[in-house]
Design a binder for this molecule. Sequence first.
Ligand code: PAF
Length: 305
Amino acid sequence: MTERRIIGDPAIVQEETLAQKKCGKRIGVVPTMGALHKGHLELIRRAKAECDFVVVTVFVNPVQFAPTEDLQKYPRTPEQDWELLKPMNVDIVFMPTEKEIYLAGYDTYVETGELSKRFEGKTRPAHFRGVATIVLKLMNIASPDAAFFGQKDYQQFCVVRKMAADLNLPVEIVACPTVREPDGLAMSSRNRYLSLEERKQAAAIPQSLKVAQNMRNAGVADAKEMRKNIQAVLETSPLAEIDYIAIADPLTLEEISVIPSMPQNLLSQQRGMRLLVPENPTPRAVVLLAVRFGKTRLIDNCLLY
Ligand code: PAF
């Protein structure tokens, strides 16, 4: 791959984006770990619609994987990624090596707080420290005005948004709606690990979220009852092993027992806190779940209005 737009050296990306900023361009960044799919392409489309200069980063960040996790087998498909990226016409594809990102002796990490200890943080205690560290580095490298993340990783979005607010980063953190397969399964680079049978049964995840949304539309406010129904749908798949099902406040991620009829706080209206699609009102709750199918752990969520 010898294309002018692919850059590995952080200093070159930094120089180029700062120069573009000086010319008054709005810079957008789409951080990815590669193994690109339609979900990533949607993030890029959104970034291109909202920004004048778009940087897509492709880097499998070792710091967000625990030693027992799938870092070694995480799909790395740079050639295919480039084929997908070429027609998107982004301004820079930043594809650094591990050595270019973490120089010898690297020893500085972002310590994330309460938001990162729940749900994913329980199973993956060092995960969000790694995510926050790389995201902050990418922000410093590319100086974006906006950074685009998928709603599929809702907790990640919340942790990054909180870091940006707490550390006064001059960047808007934008979440884009989850892109789904025809049977509703959220697109994820990890879906390719699933066997045919696991893949078929994984459709129980979006089905269970649909049940939650239907219950909400029917006026159900009792989180326990909703959780029970979600669980019942997931249990129709013999291969599904539930890690967690949570119904939580969409901003603080604290678990709730009653879904409020009014949004609990208006934090989302603060700068840098644009929450999901602008046409949607503030959500009252988020349903978050993680389910294993064989060795593959899938996460998904939906917002309740
Ligand atoms: O969501 C991902 O792909 C990664 O966690 C991210 C945000 C690119 C950081 O490595």
